[in-house]
Design a protein around this ligand. Structure first.
Ligand SMILES: Nc1ncnc2c1ncn2[C@@H]1O[C@H](COP(=O)(O)OP(=O)(O)O)[C@@H](O)[C@H]1O
Ligand SMILES: [Mg+2]
Length: 254
């Protein structure tokens, strides 16, 4: 049960959103293991629950049911303060919209996760920031502000911020979503390089070309993890339904 080579052991996860009168089953009985050093992609159509799952994995949100062990910590029963501490120590998050703080320099943005930790002095913080920025090729932009950087450069800084605390796992939610294809490919190459350097990565994308680049592919459909065959079948059925709807509309319009 207690497999120490797993960074993530997730079982029976459910999440229901209640908005007005509508209940959305965003996640239904999701199981997922991620082993140390693995690079996993999670892909599936828009609305299938990818971001919800990643928010739960990243301790930004909690599940309604299920078990979650992260780096040996049973996080399912933790209170908000404990979760925040574990999140800061174990998780590096990369967002679609970069989420850098505009008033802070590149150096200050990357240093931020370390300032919430005790026992790391100013000299060590500076050294770790330098090291993280060198890994992403952005050390020469230390004193710049986010607005002075291209989207691709901002995402590399955001990757440095995710790395600086030496987290157990990097979680990336559509990291290429706000980038053109050249910069998107550069960010994917960076993730690949980090994986080869030993990082454990879980990346969410709706783009199956990027999903293919990971070491292990996980497919989601309608709040569930499904195998490749089921995924292809459900997606075909979905396309036929949409084609039929468009066909009806055309008849009405004509
Ligand atoms: N805060 C929320 N309140 C209500 N419904 C939500 C909320 N967040 C997500 N959902 C719904 O849950 C489902 C899964 O959303 P999400 O995880 O964002 O999908 P994905 O990232 O795969 O596009 C969608 O139907 C979405 O509308
Ligand atoms: Mg999403």
């Amino acid at each position: 049960m207690n497999d120490t080579s797993n960074v993530i052991t997730l079982g029976g996860i459910r999440k229901v959103f209640q908005a007005d009168e509508v209940e959305t089953h965003a996640l239904s009985d999701v199981h997922l293991d991620v082993r140390l050093g693995e690079y996993v992609s999670i892909s599936g159509p828009s609305g299938c629950g990818k971001s919800t799952l990643l928010s739960i994995l990243g301790l930004l949100d909690t599940a309604d049911a299920g078990s979650y062990v992260l780096s040996g910590h049973d996080v399912a029963g933790m209170n908000a303060a404990e979760r925040a501490r574990i999140r800061n120590a174990e998780i590096g998050f990369i967002f679609q919209a970069f989420n850098l703080i505009g008033d802070l320099s590149v150096q200050e943005n990357v240093e931020l996760p370390l300032t919430y930790r005790s026992g790391i002095g100013a000299a060590e913080r500076r050294e770790r920031v330098q090291e993280a920025l060198e890994r992403v090729g952005m050390a020469h932009r230390m004193r710049h502000y986010p607005a002075q950087l291209s989207g691709g450069q901002q995402q590399r800084v955001a990757v440095a911020r995710a790395l600086v605390g030496k987290p157990a796992i990097l979680l990336a939610d559509e990291p290429t979503g706000n980038l053109d294809s050249r910069n998107g490919e550069a960010v994917m190459a960076l993730l690949d390089e980090l994986h080869k350097g030993g990082a454990t990565i879980c990346m969410v994308t709706h783009d199956s070309r990027y999903a293919e680049l990971a070491q292990r592919k996980i497919r989601m459909f309608d709040g569930r993890v499904v195998d490749e065959e089921t995924f292809d079948r459900l997606r075909r059925e979905d396309e036929q339904r949409i084609d039929a709807l468009i066909g009806q509309r055309v008849e009405v319009d004509a």
